[in-house]
Write a protein that binds this ligand. Structure first.
Ligand code: NAP
Length: 331
């Protein structure tokens, strides 16, 4: 049997283009003992994948030129060499960017399509959702009654982070996003205030949205918004340093934040984290988030590109902000 997969063709400097990817048709290997053959239904494109296109040592190895990219995917087992999985099982694994994947049994997690559609396990019930949950509740250690600011708030992580903060008792949740439509969406899902960061007057926008300052900043973008958030923090405030997407395609160092020294007087904590460090919270997170979804208290959106060939464009579109909620590719 043959299947298509997407390879890294070249390493971009600055913004990638679709020419940095290429499609290949390959013979799909037979699953051996302890392996599954999975037909992928839906795959994720995520900001961290941009970092893996660079040849820079990081917490995950770089993608290799001429080899398939990887990333979260959900698919159906069509052949099983494992007693733990049967054909028809729906599994989450990390061999996305291809139509068929041969996956080791210990690298696959069965998901419950009765709880939520398979795509949700790549977004609100998956890694982005766990990132939001761990970032708000553990890294930032939010307490009821605090004021929370979230950037990239209409995206997969940000929309979950703001809603989880509200559901766990934040006094006020503020979000920033990149368009008037996204700002309207945030107000619709329960953010107390939201603004478009393109409006220019960032400092004034945040002061209007949170006149008494903020206790927590869930940082998805870094740069100028981080600077403005540091300026707005109350004493003993915490920054959950989740991502810095404003810098992922930059070819020069960021100009901001320039006010880090404020962190001493205000006794701030700025703590970086990775979702992978919080696997121990996964079951608790899924149980709590699934209940919120069932009750209609946690909302999510997906932006879906069609077909494997659309995946490179989907990754670029996500970094350009064309997604509302989780960016996915349906295969
Ligand atoms: P996402 O928010 O669904 O999509 C990315 C969004 O970033 C875009 O929709 C765009 O929205 C925004 N953006 C792009 N360029 C920007 C800029 N220059 N300034 C401000 N916003 C910009 O993506 P996600 O998967 O949820 O990830 C969000 C962040 O969390 C990323 O930084 C990612 O690296 C990080 N993350 C970290 C972990 C971890 O373990 N630490 C795990 C998952 C994700 P706008 O239209 O609003 O600009």
């Amino acid at each position: 049997m043959k299947g298509r997969e997407i390879h890294l063709a070249s390493r971009p400097l600055g913004w990638p283009s679709e020419e940095d990817f290429c499609m290949a048709e390959v013979v799909v290997a037979e699953p051996q003992a302890g392996e599954l053959l999975v037909r992928n239904q839906v795959m994720s494109v995520d900001p961290y994948m941009r970092g893996r296109m660079n040849e820079i040592p990081s917490y995950v190895p770089p993608f290799e030129i001429g080899r398939p990219l990887e990333g979260g995917a959900v698919g159906t087992v069509i052949e099983s060499g494992s007693a733990l999985f049967a054909p028809g099982d729906v599994v989450l694994h990390n061999a996305g960017w291809r139509e068929y994947a041969v996956v080791a049994q210990d690298a696959a997690t069965r998901v419950d399509p009765g709880l939520a559609p398979p795509s949700a396990y790549l977004g609100v019930l998956g890694m982005p959702g766990l990132t939001a949950y761990a970032g708000i509740l553990d890294v930032a250690a939010m307490r009821p009654g605090e004021v929370v600011f979230v950037s990239a708030a209409a995206g997969a992580v940000g929309s979950a982070a703001g809603q989880i903060a509200r559901l766990r008792g934040a006094a006020r949740v503020v979000g920033s996003a990149g368009s008037p439509e996204k700002v309207a969406y945030l107000r619709g899902i329960g953010f107390d205030a939201a603004f478009d960061y393109h409006d220019g007057a960032l400092r004034r926008s945040l002061r209007t949205a949170a006149p008494d300052g903020i206790d927590i900043y869930f940082d998805n973008v870094g740069g100028r918004q981080l600077e403005v958030a540091i300026g707005a923090m109350r004493p003993h405030g915490r920054v959950a340093m989740c991502g810095a997407i404003s810098m992922y395609n930059a070819d020069e160092p960021p100009a901001a934040p320039r006010n880090l020294a404020l962190s001493m007087g205000k006794r701030l904590t700025l703590r970086g984290f990775l979702a992978g460090d919080f696997a121990h919270l996964r079951d608790q997170f899924i149980a709590e988030a699934a209940a919120w979804l069932r009750e209609g208290e946690l909302q999510y959106r997906e932006t879906v590109a069609e077909g494997l060939q659309a995946a490179p464009r989907a990754l670029l579109d996500m970094m350009r902000g064309h997604n509302l909620g989780k960016m996915l590719v349906r295969l």
